[in-house]
Design a protein. Sequence first.
Lengths: 473, 401
Amino acid sequence: MIFNSLTFLVFFAIVMALHYAPFFSWHQKKINLMIASYLFYAAWNPPFVILLWVSTVVDWWAAQWMVRAKSERTRRVWMLTSVVVNLGMLGYFKYGGFLMDNFVAVAASLGIIYHPPGWDIVLPVGISFYTFATLSYTLDVYLRRSKPAGHFLDYALFVTFFPHLVAGPIMRPTELVPQFEIPRRATGNQIAFGLALLTLGLFQKVVLADGFLAPVVEAVYDAPGKMPGMLDAWVGTLAFAGQIFCDFAGYSTSAIGVALCLGFAMPDNFRFPYGAVGFSDFWRRWHITLSSWLRDYLYIPLGGNRHGQARTYAALMGTMLLGGLWHGANWTFVVWGGLHGVYLSAERWLKARFKGFTPGRFAMLGLAVLTFVLVNITWVFFRAKTFTGAAVVLKGMAGMHAKPDPLVGYGPMMIAMGIVAGIFGTHVAMRNTTLEAVLERTPAAVIAGIWTALLFAVIVEQGQGSAFIYFAF
Amino acid sequence: MPSSISHSSAHKAELRGVREGALPAGLRQTAANRPGQAQPVPTRDIPLRPWLKMGTFVLATVVVLTSAWEWTARTKIGLRAGDIDDSPQAWGEARRAADYGQVAIVGDSRILFDTDQARFEALTGVRPVQVSHVGTNSRTLLEHFANDPNFHGLLIVGMADLLYFGRPGIGLAATAIHNYDKNNKPSQLTGLWLDRWLQNYLAFMDSDYRLSRWAPRFDTSWRKDADSPYEDVWKISETFPGRQYFMWDRIESGGYLQAHARYAWHGFKRPPIPAPLVNKVIARSAEAVRRIRAHGGDVIFIRPPSAPELRVNEDKSLPRKLGWDRLLVGANAKGIHTDDLAQAQNLVLPEYSHLSRKCAAVFTDAYVRRLVELTPRLKLRAGAPPPLSRADCVPEKIAAL
């Protein structure tokens, strides 16, 4: 089920009614929420509920046995059991076909012709998200960062809680399980603010990402045989920068709003990322829950910055390459992650080289623009399905096509660039503040007017119920 | 341990997670600020504003605005409640139903518009399952059915010559087939039912009048050869249950929208279709027909009409004797060409490519009466209505010309 669907509106209304019904105990309400979460997931593909269940049960028991273990070796065995089961499921469903294709390609390069049976496996929606969420539970217990959850129901609800289940934010058990311990009841103000956030998220997804930006992106990236000129290639890529942000941040904002209506707090996942100055700043603002997960469970265990320069750069590159692969079973994603790794490494080197440099106001703006431009170059590999496709767009961006095809009409182009300029300007202007702080300074009449406009735009746009891009990850 | 998720150590105040009033930006931390540690319950601060009052105002205002938009849709645009729109999910639903139906229709938009299902049923007692798709090469659908051993019925293949003999895999049906399983999921089906239910009451819920569809139409192809919304086919149909398409009456009544609809076809000017491609299409069609018959089904081709303004160009690209006639021989199949139906001559095609709503009934009447002669799978009902003629659908003024 997706937030931008009529089905979700009905589902959410029922969940809210049950959650605030006076005749249920808190224990029963948690059971209701868990059943609702399973329904939310099953609405996409019912059999895959089993995977959720396997992941839940294995990690619960792995953590329990880890705590009871007498020796460090036994603890490690249980931690590895959890890792193998979770990454095994992820590997089979998400990377099985990719690994097989690469195996066949390598074998062919050695002169061995191998024709494997077709790998016709459907990717369970959100598997990358809930796998990382449950893994953080056993890893935190193993690393002695936290104790295991006290009640199975609380833990199972943490795994399945529908607002974060299929596309994050990737929550840690320490962030959510404690919230299940006491009855949650949002005030009228909180519910209304949650609905305002849901409106904002839906506006980003339905109107901006799907309505106005996606067609421009598709005109450039899904035009086989066409050669984009510099204008079209940049417009298509900038539009994708806007689309991917509105799509994913829209989902996170909706999820936060939905959880808030139920009385739960979820963490920020985006902090005006296109206002970032530099790439370490970008990754503190973009998909925060993933980047911090990778930092805590991959970069730091790989050595982090505690073992000299060479090891730090290696850990950085390894983390970003794997982070790229997390997004999809395709080498283009690996290159996307690798480019970010190179950017981060270069920035680290430059910071060490020019330690005393403090940019002024205009230099900051220039660096923000430079960061945004370089991020856009990485988006080409993220959006193009093949390296050939990416090369066509990159050549276009460099103005290297001798006879380019005009691809995007001026009308859609103007609208898309207006939206992207608005996003970039907003991010730069708000990079040192929060949405909540700005709203608190804004007159209620202005907020109500904007909220009305956003909601009305969502209704008039109607939406096609298209899935969020990150569902595929 | 620096943090815990156990009940005993949880402090209720910290567990609330929600706080009235916005935290100063520097205090609002995220996981990015806390490396290598268990993350605490996040804090969501609620800006000190009268959210409940604002929400009530927003709800009331949006209801008023939506009502005004609904009124505009009905009175100014000419949309109607009950025009339930088509969707990939609705196509998937029809596709599933086709396996249980006696007659299924596949093809492009012409057979979709030009078949009046009620008339078909009135004549034969059988309501066909409409599985055609706009903007497609109907051979894609023919081959899809050929690959389905569960289909045992009569398959009517409607075709616009230039699309049918065009390159394989072209068109929106290929996407619909590709997404067939995905559009069969529980959430997709409930979405379809809810959407239909709402569209029975709300006229503005029309995919052609979504904000992002009509807003960019101010660009009247400013950039030569670029993809512009002005070049797209805008709304020309209304859709009713069973994927019954009819020409939208605003297109029938002339004016700007009719002129644009005619313009959007660009005269169907295409380069001639090379003979090797025609041969390949015929060979693949013959194989598809053979396989459908092997499953116990049968195939009949239908070529619906197009206006002389288009037909002249279509014939230039592929004359009937090189396309249609050779197809029937090569595929060893029967077919009904609009030219051969005396009752279906000079019908009204408001935008040149599809029949008017009334003329769709006349064309259906004409082809079904021929169809029952070609196949034993269908018979005319004893109480079938009398034949229709051009006079039943062509306005008197035009008929007199």
